[in-house]
Design a protein. Structure first.
Lengths: 341, 261
């Protein structure tokens, strides 16, 4: 029988390895690119100048002003998407639930696209991420209202409502895309396929609190999510505050996915794959699964973004595309091997 | 003030026009083993939901340790009453020992290496399955793992505790059923556990229970020792069954001959 006795890797070493790999990926990302920078240049810049202009050394300035904010953004976005994915999968008791599937990010993308196409640039660039953020919150609120009756929120209904609202949001995005002119279309691609190309330190500062909220607070809900593996009623019998946990997961999820889409557009897959892989490695306990997924999500996103900007340099691929092209086949192989094919 | 652990005082539950439970009242102490019997739709599951605290009665109240269930904080209640539902599907490929560890209270939550996990799995004869993935376990094995889990939840709580079991042995083979019930009987006899078991097997109820509660159409018809409750007359009236007791010096058995015309 397949997987009759699942093996678990020890938690602490696994999380440590993931953290080290993330640091290595970040280092590679800082040095790689059209303008290659040596570690020595980086070191000198930091040593002599700190956060000043690095003695005018262009390599150092590229890293400091362009690559580093991008790496930090990729880390935060990847961690937020993957932590949220892990928590949503636990809440819905469904390994397929991810922020993309249940419509939160589709709502965010719709918000952004609506401003791009209908706002006609009059609203200014800051309005787009704001609209994405609001789009995520509104979609989540709608899902919640549809699934709640008489003070009770039914998780199965929440999932179905999310899928339906996501489909509607995607259709509306399609209508808007149809209406868009060439110039708007190019901006649109950014939101629908994801990109970190425009991340600067000011953008990082804007979204970091929201992204960190999802990543750092979600693990606090680990116990009720563990209980929910046995179903809602059994979780209540175990003494977990299930209604509160449901609300908290949805609010944190909406906030952090909204911020992630606002910062980087729609990056699919990472919220689905990272929790899945970490579950295979260290098991289902959400106390370790959520932070583990966060680390792996950050690692995958930093890696994918590095490929996105180096593969066809000086042009760039959308990161969502890279993620799906790399992750999809890998995920399939994994599924087939585990099924003994 | 009585020494009852569980006090069910005139519980009535309605759903629309229908009355699911009507004026049910009984008390029970730790050490007792109650079997809750009755035909389908008699109100057994509704009563279990009320006892578990999932459902607030429309009239009457249920108290545990003299305190109404609605006034127990969820987490504190969970330390003193544990519930095994008829169906508890497990969402992810969890291992058997991890399922039991979900029941562990406080800081021990989720620690599959806790000695109690192995001890309880062994008590129900499934220690060898501890590393197995949930989907690879048979229905009867899953039930025994769940039994270990619901016991883990209240095992180390001092004082009297309530264990609610809804058809918890339905998937076990006959020998395993008796083995599990013997274990539960041992626990009850040590004096700390009040066990309430819903079941459909009349002989099993007779073998296990110190008291049998017979429900029919939401009313508590009888509440007494098994031999006094499970009379052929009552079984005919409630279930429409033909039956008689076969007397034997080692213990009598209820022989069910068939359904009445």
């Amino acid at each position: 029988m397949r997987d009759a006795e699942p093996r678990r890797w020890p938690v602490a070493p696994t999380l440590t390895v993931l953290a080290v790999l993330l640091a290595v990926a970040a280092m590679i990302a800082a040095l790689a690119g059209p303008l290659s920078v040596t570690p020595a240049t980086l070191w000198q810049g930091l040593w002599y100048d700190g956060l000043g202009d690095g003695g005018g050394e262009p390599g150092y300035r590229v890293v400091r002003d362009l690559r580093l904010p991008r790496i930090v953004m990729a880390t935060l976005v990847g961690a937020a998407l993957a932590s949220t994915g892990a928590a949503l999968q636990g809440l819905f008791r469904n390994p397929l639930a991810d922020p993309g599937l249940i419509g939160i990010s589709a709502g965010a993308a719709l918000g952004a696209v609506a401003v791009i196409v209908l706002g006609g640039g009059a609203l200014g660039h800051q309005a787009i991420p704001l609209a994405a953020f609001l789009g995520a919150l509104v979609t989540t609120f709608l899902m919640w209202r549809i699934a709640s009756r008489g003070g009770e929120t039914r998780v199965a209904l929440l999932l179905l409502a999310g899928i339906a609202i996501g489909a509607i949001a995607m259709a509306l995005t399609g209508v808007l895309t149809f209406m868009a002119d060439d110039n708007e279309l190019r901006t649109l691609t950014f939101w629908s396929m994801g990109s970190l190309a425009h991340s600067r330190w000011s953008d990082v500062a804007l979204v970091a609190p929201w992204l960190l909220a999802g990543t750092l607070l979600m693990p606090l809900l680990a116990r009720p999510l563990n209980g929910l593996m046995l179903g809602e009623q059994a979780a209540l019998h175990l003494g977990h505050g299930v209604p509160r946990a449901k609300r908290a997961v949805m609010v944190l999820g909406a906030v952090s996915v909204g911020a992630a889409v606002a910062a980087a557009g729609q990056i699919s897959f990472v919220g689905l794959v990272a929790p899945h892989l970490v579950r295979l490695l260290i098991g289902v306990d959400h106390r370790w699964l959520i932070p583990g997924a966060g680390l792996l999500g950050a690692l995958l996103t930093v890696f994918a973004d590095t490929l996105a900007r180096t593969l066809v340099a000086p042009a760039e691929l959308p990161i969502g595309l890279v993620m799906a092209l790399l992750g999809g086949p890998f995920f399939l192989v994994l599924l087939l091997r585990r099924n003994g094919v | 003030m009585s020494d009852a652990l569980l006090d069910v005082a005139g519980v009535t539950v309605r759903a629309g026009q229908r009355t699911l439970l009507s004026q049910v009242r009984f008390q029970a102490r730790a050490g007792e083993r109650l079997a809750l019997l009755g035909p389908n739709g008699a109100g057994k599951s509704t009563l279990m939901r009320v006892l578990a605290g999932d459902l607030s009665p429309d009239a009457g109240a249920v108290s545990l340790h003299g305190r109404s269930l609605r006034h127990w904080p969820l987490a504190e209640l969970a330390r003193r009453r544990s519930v095994m539902l008829q169906h508890t599907p497990v969402g992810f490929p969890v291992r058997a020992d991890e399922v039991v560890a979900l029941g562990l209270p406080g800081r021990r939550h989720g620690n599959a290496g806790d000695p109690l996990v192995g001890e309880l799995l062994a008590r129900f004869g499934v220690a060898h399955l501890r590393g197995r993935a949930w989907p690879s376990l048979s229905g009867g094995e899953q039930q025994r793992v769940h039994l270990a889990r619901v016991l883990a939840q209240i095992w180390d709580t001092p004082g009297p505790r309530l264990l609610l079991l809804d058809e918890s042995t339905s998937a076990l083979d006959p020998a395993q059923q008796y083995r599990v019930l013997e274990q539960l009987e041992v626990l009850a006899e040590q004096g700390d556990y009040l066990i309430v078991l819903v079941c459909h097997d009349l002989n099993l109820a007779n073998a296990f229970a110190s008291r049998v509660l017979m429900l029919d159409q939401g009313r508590l018809l009888a509440d007494d020792g098994p031999r006094r409750v499970l009379t052929p007359e009552r079984l005919a009236a409630v279930y429409g069954l033909r039956s008689r007791w076969l007397e034997h010096p080692d213990g009598s058995v209820l022989h069910v001959e068939g359904a009445l015309e």
